[in-house]
Design a protein around this ligand. Sequence first.
Ligand SMILES: [Fe+2]
Length: 450
Amino acid sequence: MFDTHCHILPMVDDGSFSLEESLNMIKMAYQDGVRAMIATPHKNHPIDFRPQDSVMNSFQLLKASVLDLYPDFDLYLGAEFYITDDYIEVVKKSREELVINSTKYILIEFDREVKYERMSEVVHELKIQGLRPIIAHAEMYPDLTKKPDKACELRNQGALIQLTSASINGKRGKKIASFCETLLKKSSVDFVASDAHGDQHRKPLLGSSYQKVVELEGEKEAEKIFIKNPQMLIAGIEIYTQKLETGNKNSPSSKKKMMAMMTAIAVATLFIIGTGARISQSALMEKAEGASQKTTQQDQNEQDDQSTQSATEISEAYAVESDGAGEAAPSAQGEPGTEAAKAAIESKYYQKLKSLEGSYTGELESIVGNMRYAKNNITDEALLATTLEAYKEEIFALESQSDNNVYAALYDMQNELEEYDFEVSKVQACRDEYNDIKMKKQQEYINKLG
Ligand SMILES: [Fe+2]
């Protein structure tokens, strides 16, 4: 299998925070049957993540380590491009940084509240730029999940659809899983990827969703989504999504179109091989065959994502000796470059993270209170189920918002520490602690609600 969306590069975005964590993630993926991965660090994101030279360094470092440990595992570079108002200017300026493996394919993400019309316009504009957009985690946009036909429509307009492995497996609620199932049944899914962010949370696992697709649509469809389409993507070969015929499959015009498509694929393949493109198709096929035989179910691994983390001391990672510094700048706490200055920066962000933790917990408690009230007062079972599902979606939205706020703070913290040449291990410790707190809170409320 191929993982086409993964935040595997160390220290460049809100994904892996160290080489060690990246290698753990690759070990997990490898054991799950994955043999190639596209690193897709966030680009043009509202959070000020690392610049391209850091991305390249991180990619080279990881690639060299992977080659040593897993010679039959391939790593490619892409990006996850956040669509902002000025995205076309960004594309014009930094195209090579944004596309996958120097092809015309580009993985894009939107603000979660985006409307279909805006997505359609962006697909159109990117196509005019000679690019082929892939919509990352299509299941996370309410305007699409409400009406799956709109996702199919985007596909007909030339976009490719990527779903997240955990969503297919129901880890993000029934509504989202049902949307995924609908698209799969309509043969309107081009890729399933992990969108992994770490070795403890949002892990790089595809095995169980592969099996789910096999159950729903058969082995052939699963191979297309997890192996063949990713091969074509990496090699830059055209992936067709438009319907080729509307009536009789054997009509002369349908046959003509099919012949044209087959010819196009053959020409594209010859072109790739003839020009010595960076991917060896036969090598990819060999790996794919090996991988497809190894798509053993690892439900347990993915379920670990949901398991409660041991209740580590919450204050441990955030703990910076409080000296009443509050918002104090380094200069106020000692000369720049001194331990006192470092402690002041850490303390400032510690306060900020604690405040974000407080907001998250408060809002979560409020939603859980509403859920409890609904459980005690709504007698109609169907209405209760719908109401609870809606509250669960609020929790997902809250988590997403909370992630953004926390990671923005963490990156500000990292940037500021680096500005004074301080080491940044406290940033990773805070990130891990935040995830532990989140898991702990979730489990606490799951237990409370029963
Ligand atoms: Fe992502």
